[in-house]
Write a protein that binds this ligand. Structure first.
Ligand code: NAP
Ligand code: G3P
Length: 502
């Protein structure tokens, strides 16, 4: 893939710099963190291991520029987001190619991650005009009059810290940056250390789109080294984080009294009733379970089929799964490498635990390098770790059930509560079951997914805090400002009312 000339400023050879106040900087730590291609372990770049002193400096500048950015009119901020979107579309192939190399995402999905982010920027620019305030008169309450007028409008929170996960390092960082900037906040971004290179290009994209130097900055480094320091920093006013539930819970503990938007792990269950449309259900389960090799928080991570459909469903899902292509993500194979060999070890451990405890293997359980073949396990029961843990890999357990009540109980027993699915032609029953499920979203006859990006997206329990989605994210990264005008009686006009003609 031919490199983009504009990108050269951000690196020296393959050593990428961090982005401070419109300048690409080397860290005084002189420590670099290598980034390897999870498919072939090729070294594709190094990032700076920034210090806490550099964190201080960067956040201080973001803080000092809050008013400057907020004072830029909303329509100008919207223009900038649209320009940024156009640049992403212009560079989508080269950015997608780099993304494929650094996280092993199939090339077409990697390119669509870039274009999807551009669409989020455009939609955020458009929807910002709808984010409005309100005026309320006091006389709705006993003892108050119309002379007390409350006017509210939305104001930024200040400096927003945006932290993204490895599985959508560009999209799940961009979907935070756009609403944060449009709401008038300045932004400090920390990309994941597994997949930072493509996200670092936001420095180039936003600068060329017109974001002034002081409003957007990128700090790089391991979350384990600078993460707690970043999130507990007194000049950080809000944190928008996507990642694992463990990291999210730690963050909530360390961050203190700050507004948080946390999108965390999931263990989404597909409940399949006897009358489900087999073709629709099989297609949704295979795509939902194995897209990006299962490395999605919304992946289908358990299937709970009723007795009347279980055998045929598992046969069909297995047949379709065996057709998935496996190999080099550059050739757009459906199943590619997991992000690291440690992640592969973890997934293999879950498979072994289930098989040791009596689950039956329908396909898969084979590994080459960082690739694990899509694995289907039947006769899984609740004593097996795979029934509860988030594999973030291509393994799908079937837990056979005998009633909708049992399905609800097993679904809700999970610590996670991101999404759930119900496959049936009986929409009334599906609605009743949906109301019992302790999750953010229930999909009826469809696979769990985050999009479309203007829909509310949220997790309950260990799956998150707050709601994401274009207008929801703008509201989460701003707050009402209330101005109450207490008009004096003095100015009041005296009106002659209800004068009877009698
Ligand atoms: P992770 O290990 O939790 O890392 C997520 C981000 O947090 C990374 O940028 C990481 O930086 C950073 N981090 C690590 N320690 C930190 C700390 N102490 N303070 C602040 N930030 C810290 O998650 P991941 O492995 O990248 O992503 C996979 C997980 O994310 C899965 O559990 C998945 O379900 C979840 N996820 C959820 C959603 C959703 O929308 N609900 C979407 C995608 C993924 P380093 O990379 O430097 O460690
Ligand atoms: O894990 C990323 C999460 O946000 C899922 O997004 O669009 O693949 O459902 P999506």
């Amino acid at each position: 893939m031919q490199d983009v000339p504009e990108f050269s400023i951000m690196k020296e050879g393959i050593n990428y710099r961090y982005y401070l106040n419109g300048q690409w900087q080397k860290s005084s730590s002189e420590k670099l963190i290598p980034i390897y291609n999870p498919y072939n372990n090729e070294l594709i770049g190094n990032i700076q291991a920034c210090t806490k002193k550099e964190v201080d400096e960067l956040i201080k500048i973001a803080h000092e520029n809050i008013n400057c950015w907020e004072d830029i009119p909303l329509n100008k901020r919207a223009d900038i987001l649209n320009k940024a979107a156009d640049l992403m579309l212009k560079w989508s192939k080269s950015l997608g190619f780099l993304l494929m190399k650094e996280i092993g995402k199939p090339i077409n999905s990697a390119i669509s991650e870039i274009t999807r982010t551009a669409e989020i920027f455009k939609a955020t620019a458009d929807s910002s005009f709808q984010v409005s305030g309100e005026t309320i008169l006091g006389d709705a309450f006993e003892g108050y009059t119309k002379e007390k007028v409350s006017m509210t409008y939305r104001v930024p929170l200040g400096v927003v810290l945006c932290i993204g996960p490895f599985n959508y390092p560009f999209n799940l960082t961009g979907s935070k940056i756009a609403p944060a900037l449009i709401a008038g906040n300045t932004v400090v971004m920390k990309p994941p250390t597994q997949g930072p290179l493509t996200a670092l290009h936001f420095g180039i994209i936003l600068e060329k789109a017109g974001v002034p130097p002081g409003a957007f900055h990128i700090i790089t480094g391991r979350g384990s080294e600078i993460g707690d320091y970043l999130v507990s920093h007194p000049l950080i006013d809000m944190i928008n984080f996507t990642g694992s539930s463990n990291t999210g819970k730690n963050l909530a503990r360390v961050a203190g009294m700050k507004p948080l938007l946390l999108e965390l792990g999931g263990k989404d269950a597909a409940i399949v009733l006897d009358d489900a449309d087999l073709e629709i259900t099989v297609k949704a389960i295979v795509s939902g379970a194995f897209s990006f090799s299962g490395q999605r928080c919304t992946a289908v991570k358990r299937v709970l089929p009723m007795p009347g459909i279980a055998d045929e469903l598992i046969e069909n899902v297995t047949d379709e799964t065996l057709k998935l292509t496996i190999g080099d993500p550059a050739e757009n194979n459906k199943i590619g490498p997991l992000i690291s060999s440690e992640q592969c070890d973890y997934v293999q451990g879950l498979i072994n635990d289930a098989l040791d405890k009596g689950a039956s293997l329908k396909c898969g359980n084979k590994r080459e390098g960082n690739i694990i073949w899509p694995t289907i396990l039947d006769n899984v029961n609740i004593n097996m770790r795979i029934a509860w843990e988030e594999p973030f890999g291509p393994v799908l357990p079937f837990i056979r059930i005998n009633s909708a009540e049992q399905a609800i109980e097993i679904s809700n027993k999970s610590e996670y509560g991101l999404q759930g699915m119900i496959f049936t032609k009986n929409i009334d029953l599906a609605f009743n079951i949906a109301q019992e499920l302790e999750v953010g979203t229930v999909q009826i006859n469809g696979q769990s997914a985050r999009g479309p990006d203007h829909f509310p997206f949220l997790g309950t329990k260990s799956s998150g805090l707050g709601t994401q989605g274009i207008k929801y994210s703008i509201e989460a990264m701003s707050r009402p400002k209330v101005i109450v005008i207490n008009l004096s009686e003095k100015g009041k006009l005296v009106k002659e009312c209800f004068i009877s003609e009698k």
